[in-house]
Each structure stands twice: as structure tokens, then as C-alpha cells.
Write a protein that binds this ligand. Structure first.
Ligand code: NDP
Length: 336
């Protein structure tokens, strides 16, 4: 089958394309302009015409995906801004929500062969992490993010704004699907990962240009830009980008996934968990907080993954594997 991957040049998008191609799918990846396609074409050259690019200049324009969706069996929609440095929440919400509506509208009108639509949501659509003990499952929606923005507007926390954009985008997708499901030949699945970390496959020329989750990881592990107190106390839950890519292929091929949301999480972390392993593997990297005791770390958010483990069984990579492979990737780029 052929899968349309939106935001193919992003951190998760590039790994998604690679994993789908390796599993035998054909992939059509969308990028905003031709210059963003060059690196992808080179990376996936060995897959020949199984990989193609569709340039979608402005996904907020009605009909933007009308030709890109034609002839595809599945869509993985991931294009959405993950930026913690915006003031006006609308800068995140508009592209997240309108982008979702645009691709769904094109799918409704121009994709008669479509069988499944997968939306890349986030655990941020379920809760905004804080120092409060919570257990979070697929039944949860991030009502707190809505309340926070209503109350504080542009003064809301950066993470709160981003989480709201993901909440509204995912909700938009389900509302659209529920409204039209009687008239379409496809169903919907949402994948909700927490922080996604791992080696980099997309085009990045320097660490400062990494995507938001990896620029944070790099700062903690290699850059030494995070204080010891935070290293031991800051962290939520994580998943390796390669396992996230695997989750898409499972979600595409598992009929029982139909109509479900899935938390895709390998488990909790504190930043020091990565720093300790990195220092052991590469002693030239800083040791961070040597007082840290992982057994005593308090993890506030417990993401329930029972449904994922049952229906989309992934053998999650460990923190050791992620750290080792990511540092190898960084070293090959001369980043430390
Ligand atoms: P990246 O920033 O690496 O990728 C984002 C992708 O979305 C890029 O292809 C980008 O294109 C595209 N995009 C962003 N804004 C727009 C826009 N206005 N119009 C068109 N395309 C746009 O981030 P990630 O790979 O991390 O994120 C991918 C998805 O995963 C997002 O939906 C994000 O919310 C979600 N996610 C990420 C997590 C993480 O920890 N990384 C955790 C949970 C969810 P361009 O390069 O042209 O800007």
C-alpha cells in the first residue's frame, strides 16, 4: 500500500518514512518546498520509486492536499509546529488545527482508496505534565490546557500552549471523523507519544537546529546547559523515535486499532538517567548530578499503556540503547 506522510522532513517524519519503506510500503512524503526534499530523496534513494515527494506549500490553504492524497491507502498526519518559544498561542493552534482540517477535507473529497487515517497527537492532548501525581490513560483529555489558556492567554506556560494545540488538533480530527464516518471508507487512529528522543535522520546541520525535544536532550546530555538540580528532577515520559515509527506501521496493519487512541510510551525518565549513561559510555561528557539515585526519583505522571501493549506490541528500546545510538549519531556529525 501507499502511505502519505505529512511533515516528512521532520524528526519523527523522516524515521516514519524510513520504517514504512523498510516494511515494504510505498511512501509519499509532504514538505513545504523543494529544497526540503533534497535530503530525503538522497536518504531514501535505495528505495527507488517507492519513495516520492509531494510539495504542499501552505497546508492552511483550503484544498492544499487535494492532489497529495490521491491514490493513497493510508495517511500519517504529523506536520504541526512543536515550538516552545511562541507568545501568541494562536501561532501553534492555527497550524495544528487548520492543518488537520485541511488534510482531512482533502481526504474526504479526493481519496477514495483511503483506508486509515493516523493522526500524530501527543500525551500533551491528555495532560500537561506538572508536579502532581496523576495516572493518565486514553480516556483523558487535557482540559487543564484549555483552562490555562482561557485564564492566562499569551502568559500561559510554553508547554501549556503547545499541549493546547495538540489537544485541539486531535479533537478536531475525531470530531471530523465522527461527523463523516458514515460516508467514508476509512477509519481513524491517534498515536499519543510523550517526549520522543533518538538518533537524527532528518536534515540538521548543527545541534541548535535540532527539533524541540532533541535540542533539549542535547542540551542536557552533551551541552551541559541544564543545572544539576533540574537534571535529577525534571523529566516525564519518553519513547525512542524508531519505536514511534514502528508504532505507525503497527497502527497501519492492526485492524483492531480502528477508532482508538494509543499512548506510545516506553516509560518515565529524569534527564539525569540519560546523562549518567552518556557519561559512562563517553567519559568526556559531563557526569551531571552524581548524587542522583534513580530508585528514589519521583515520577509524577503515570501513563497507562495497557491498550498499546495489547494491540500494538512494541519491544521498546531501553534508555541505554537510545543514549548509545544517539551519541553515536551525534559523534558521526562531529557534534561532540
Ligand atoms: P519537527 O519540528 O522535527 O517536525 C515538524 C514537522 O511539521 C516538519 O516537517 C515541519 O515542516 C512541519 N510543520 C510544522 N509547522 C508547519 C506548518 N505551519 N505548515 C506545514 N508544516 C509544518 O518535530 P517532530 O518530528 O518532533 O514533530 C512531529 C509531530 O510529532 C508533531 O505533530 C508533534 O506535535 C508531534 N510530537 C512530537 C513529540 C516530540 O517529542 N518530538 C512528542 C509528541 C508529539 P518544516 O520543516 O517545513 O517546518
Amino acid at each position: 500500500g501507499k502511505v502519505l506522510v505529512t511533515g516528512a522532513n521532520g524528526f519523527i517524519g523522516a524515521w516514519t518514512c524510513k520504517t514504512l519503506l523498510e516494511r515494504g510500503f510505498s511512501v509519499r512524503g509532504t514538505v513545504r518546498n523543494e529544497s526540503k526534499a533534497t535530503h530525503l530523496r538522497k536518504t531514501f534513494a535505495s528505495f527507488g520509486d517507492k519513495f516520492e515527494i509531494a510539495v504542499v506549500e501552505d497546508m492552511l490553504e483550503e484544498g492544499a492536499f487535494d492532489s497529495a492524497v490521491q491514490g493513497v491507502d493510508a495517511i500519517v498526519h504529523g506536520a504541526s509546529p512543536f515550538d516552545l518559544a511562541v507568545d501568541d498561542p494562536a501561532e501553534l493552534i492555527d497550524p495544528a488545527v487548520k492543518g488537520t482540517t485541511t488534510v482531512l477535507t482533502s481526504a474526504l473529497k479526493h481519496a477514495p482508496t483511503l483506508r486509515r487515517f493516523i493522526v500524530t497527537s501527543s500525551t500533551g492532548a491528555m495532560n500537561t505534565p506538572s508536579a502532581e501525581m496523576v495516572t493518565v490513560s486514553e480516556a483523558d483529555w487535557n482540559e487543564g490546557a484549555i483552562a490555562e489558556i482561557n485564564e492566562k492567554g499569551a502568559e500561559a506556560s510554553p508547554l501549556g500552549k503547545y499541549c493546547l494545540s495538540k489537544t485541539l488538533a486531535e479533537r478536531t480530527a475525531w470530531d471530523f471523523y465522527n461527523k463523516h464516518k458514515g460516508e467514508v471508507g476509512w477509519d481513524m487512529v491517534s498515536l499519543n507519544p510523550p517526549y520522543v528522543f533518538g538518533p537524527v535522520l532528518h536534515e540538521v546541520d548543527k545541534p541548535e537546529k535540532l527539533n524541540t525535544s532533541m535540542v533539549w536532550w542535547y542540551g542536557a546530555v552533551v551541552g551541559g546547559s541544564i543545572d544539576n538540580e533540574s537534571l535529577a528532577n525534571v523529566g516525564v515520559a519518553w519513547v525512542d523515535v524508531r519505536d514511534m515509527a514502528e508504532a505507525y506501521t503497527l497502527a497501519l496493519t492492526t485492524p483492531e486499532a480502528s477508532g482508538e487512541r494509543f499512548i506510545i510510551s516506553a516509560g518515565p525518565f529524569k534527564l539525569q538517567d540519560f546523562v549518567s549513561i552518556a557519561h559512562r559510555l563517553h567519559p568526556q561528557l559531563h557526569a551531571g548530578n552524581t548524587e542522583y539515585n534513580p530508585a528514589k526519583a519521583v515520577h509524577y505522571t503515570n501513563y497507562v499503556t495497557d491498550k498499546q501493549r495489547k494491540l500494538l506490541p512494541i519491544k521498546y528500546r531501553t534508555i541505554e540503547e537510545l543514549t548509545g545510538d544517539t551519541l553515536e549519531n551525534f559523534q558521526a556529525r562531529g557534534w561532540f
